[in-house]
Design a protein. Sequence first.
Length: 121
Amino acid sequence: MDLLGWILFFILAVLVMVVITKFVTKKFNIPQQPAGKYEHVNVWQKQLERMLYIVFLIVLMIEMFIVQNTRPFSIYVFIVLFVGSRMFFEYRYRQENKQYIIYGVTLAYMLVFFAIIDFIG
């Protein structure tokens, strides 16, 4: 694919994600979250996310500079762990907000999106 094709693919993917998110939000009556910084459920979630960031950066540097892998699989693992942990904490401690549904849809969409990119590219 040339550059214009990739740009159009990403724009289409973002539009599809916005439509899916709006549909799920209306279907399950999920309240609108305030814009801005994400508020963690508790201290454990905050510390877990910080640890995931640090480990991800270290593994990504090792993968890119030492192993010189052309496909950084650590990005896939990081997204699954990061969004999955947010989904778990939201489900466990804030079930009434139903944000875990949005995180689950986002996780599934990202996995499909990255599988398509891996297949095409």
